[in-house]
Design a protein around this ligand. Structure first.
Ligand SMILES: [Zn+2]
Length: 62
């Protein structure tokens, strides 16, 4: 099965993401064990880019 519509039907059965311990967003992936929003568990630094304006715990990351 590919990545298209047929496989997306399976994604509603179990929770794929939980609340991240570091950034508080509901982006911590249980399948690959990292946060998609801040990179928790994959990088020691917080995942951020110059083109994005992100707030971590309501503090703006410059
Ligand atoms: Zn996070």
């Amino acid at each position: 099965m590919g990545k298209g519509t047929p496989s997306l039907g399976l994604k509603g059965r179990s929770k794929s993401h939980i609340v991240c311990r570091r950034c508080g967003r509901h982006s911590y992936s249980l399948s690959n064990r990292r946060c998609g929003a801040c990179g928790y568990n994959s990088s020691k630094r917080i995942r951020r880019y110059s083109w994005q304006n992100k707030k971590l715990n309501r503090m703006r990351l410059v």
